[in-house]
Design a protein around this ligand. Structure first.
Ligand code: EPZ
Length: 416
C-alpha cells in the first residue's frame, strides 16, 4: 500500500492548475449510456474513481475510447444491465447507472452500495423516487433489481437534499413519458453541469441550480461533446494548503464562484486573496482568526471542504466550532490531526479546534478522501516528516497530487 511522505517546507509559492471535477465527471459518464450515439467528454480528471466508472460502463458493454482527458463513450449496444458488486463496492457512485439504465432500457440490476467511512449513506431517496415514476424495485442478495416498461413523469419532493439522488432522477426523467418536477433538489454546480450536458443531448431540463427542477421527457437523446467543469473541492483544498503555509499561490483553470461561501469564510478569517474569472490568487498573510462554520448543501459551506478547513483552523487564532450537518461520521481526521499536535475536541456533531497549535510530523492514516486531504494540508505546515498511510483514498479524487504540490514548492514523495 502506497504511502506519502511530506516534509514541512515553509510557504508554498507558484501556480497550480485545477483538473476537471470528479463529482461532475461521474454523473456525466453515466449520462453517456442514455444515447445510442457516441458522446465525448473533455477535461476528464485522471483519478481512480473515473477509471472505476469507466470499467462499470465497459462491463455494461459500452465501447470506451480514453485518450488522456478526453473520452468517447459509445453505448449503441449494451450487453448487460448489471453493475456488479466487485465494482460498486469500490465506488458507491456506481448507483448513478440506475437512472440511465432504467430510462433507456427499462431494466437495471445494481449492487446496493454499502456504507462508507463517513456514514451509512442509504439510497432510499433514489429508489422511492423511481418507484413514484413507475419502476418496480426489489432488493435481494444485495442487489437492487429495477424494472419498468417506460418511466412516467411524476412530482417528487426529496425528504432531504441529495446530490446523486437529484442527478439519478434527473437522468431517469429525461427519457420518461411526460413531465417530472423535483422539489428540494440539490443545487450543486455538478447538478447544473449534468443538466447542461443532458440538454446538449436533446433533453428538456430547466430550473437546474434552484431547488425546483422541471424535466420534460423526450423519446431519445443524441450524441454531444461536453467539457467537465473544474473541481471546486480540489480548488478549495489548494486554497487551504496555501493559507496554512502563508504562501503565495495562483490557482488557475477554476471557477471561484463555485466556492463563494467557503471563500467568504476564508476572507472573514483574514486570508488575503484576489479572484478573477478563472483564478484565485492566495497571498501571504501574518495570521488568521478562527471562524465557526456549519456544513450545508450548496450554496452553503461544502461538507467536502470541512476536513481541510479544520486543518487550517489549527493555525488560526482562537476557537473554531465546525458543525457537520450532512454526514453522521465525518470527523475521522480529528484524531489524526490531534496526533500531529492539534487541540480539537468533538461534542456530537461539532468539533472545536483551538488554535494556534504548532504541528509536528507524524505517522498518520487516511480513512476517506477528504480526511486524507486534511492530513496533507496539516503535513505541509508541520515540522518534520509526516507519513500518510492508505493514500489510495487520495488517489480516488486528487489528480497528480504529488506533481501539483511539488510544483508549488512542497517536499512530497510517494513511498511505494
Ligand atoms: C455526493 O454524495 C458527493 N459524491 C459527496 O462527495 C458529497 O460529500 C455529498 O454529495 C454531499 O455534498 C458525489 O457526488 C459522487 P447525498 P451523495 O446523497 O450524493 C443522506 C467526495 O468526497 N441520504 O447528497 O452520496 C446521506 O446519508 C464525496 O467526493 C439519504 O438519507 O450524498 C447524507 O447524510 C464524499 N438517503 C445526505 O443525505 C438517500 O437516498 C446527503 O447525501 C441519499 C442520501
Amino acid at each position: 500500500m502506497d504511502k506519502l511522505r511530506i516534509t514541512g517546507n515553509g510557504p508554498l509559492h507558484g501556480e497550480v492548475r485545477i483538473s476537471g471535477a470528479k463529482n461532475a465527471a461521474l454523473p456525466c459518464l453515466t449520462a453517456c449510456i442514455m444515447s445510442p450515439e457516441a458522446v465525448t467528454l473533455t477535461n476528464l480528471p485522471r483519478v481512480r474513481d473515473i477509471h472505476t466508472m469507466i470499467r462499470v460502463l465497459e462491463e455494461l458493454g459500452a465501447a470506451v475510447e480514453l485518450d488522456g482527458e478526453r473520452v468517447i463513450i459509445d453505448a449503441a449496444e449494451l450487453k448487460s444491465h448489471t453493475a456488479t458488486y466487485d465494482l460498486v463496492k469500490t465506488m458507491r457512485a456506481s448507483i448513478l447507472v440506475l437512472g440511465p439504465l432504467l430510462a433507456r432500457f427499462g431494466k437495471a440490476r445494481v449492487s446496493l452500495p454499502g456504507g462508507c467511512a463517513i456514514g451509512a449513506r442509504p439510497v432510499n431517496l433514489h429508489l422511492e423516487a423511481l418507484e413514484k415514476m413507475g419502476a418496480k424495485i426489489t432488493i435481494e442478495h444485495g442487489y437492487i433489481d429495477a424494472r419498468v416498461d417506460r418511466l412516467q413523469g411524476a412530482e417528487i419532493t426529496f425528504a432531504n437534499v441529495t446530490v446523486t439522488g437529484t442527478e439519478n432522477i434527473m437522468m431517469a426523467a429525461a427519457l420518461a413519458r411526460g413531465t417530472t418536477i423535483l422539489h428540494n433538489a440539490a443545487r450543486e454546480p455538478e447538478v447544473i453541469d449534468l443538466a447542461e450536458m443532458l440538454n446538449g443531448m436533446g433533453a428538456k431540463i430547466s430550473g437546474q441550480g434552484t431547488d425546483t427542477i422541471v424535466i420534460e421527457g423526450v423519446d431519445t437523446l443524441h450524441g454531444h461533446t461536453h467539457p467537465i467543469i473544474p473541481d471546486r473541492i480540489e480548488t478549495g483544498t489548494y486554497v487551504c494548503a496555501a493559507a496554512v503555509t502563508r504562501g503565495d499561490v495562483r490557482i488557475t483553470h477554476t471557477r471561484p464562484e463555485y466556492l463563494k461561501r467557503f471563500l467568504d469564510v476564508m476572507r472573514a478569517a483574514g486570508l488575503p486573496f484576489e479572484v478573477d474569472a478563472d483564478c484565485i490568487h492566495v497571498k501571504p498573510h501574518n495570521g488568521l482568526k478562527a471562524q465557526d462554520i456549519q456544513t450545508q448543501p450548496h450554496p452553503g459551506f461544502p461538507t467536502d471542504m470541512q476536513a481541510q478547513f479544520m486543518a487550517v483552523m489549527t493555525q488560526a487564532e482562537g476557537a473554531s466550532a465546525i458543525t457537520e450537518s450532512i454526514f453522521e461520521n465525518r470527523f475521522m481526521h480529528v484524531s489524526e490531526l490531534n496526533r500531529m499536535g492539534a487541540d480539537i475536541t468533538v461534542k456530537g456533531r461539532t468539533a472545536i479546534t483551538k488554535g494556534v497549535t504548532p504541528m509536528s510530523g507524524a505517522q498518520v492514516m487516511a480513512t476517506d478522501l477528504r480526511a486524507s486531504a486534511s492530513l496533507v494540508v496539516a503535513a505541509l505546515v508541520a515540522k518534520g516528516d509526516t507519513i500518510i498511510d492508505r493514500i489510495y483514498h487520495l488517489d480516488r479524487g486528487y489528480c497528480d497530487l504529488e506533481k501539483k504540490l511539488e510544483g508549488i514548492g512542497a517536499l512530497v514523495e510517494r513511498i511505494r
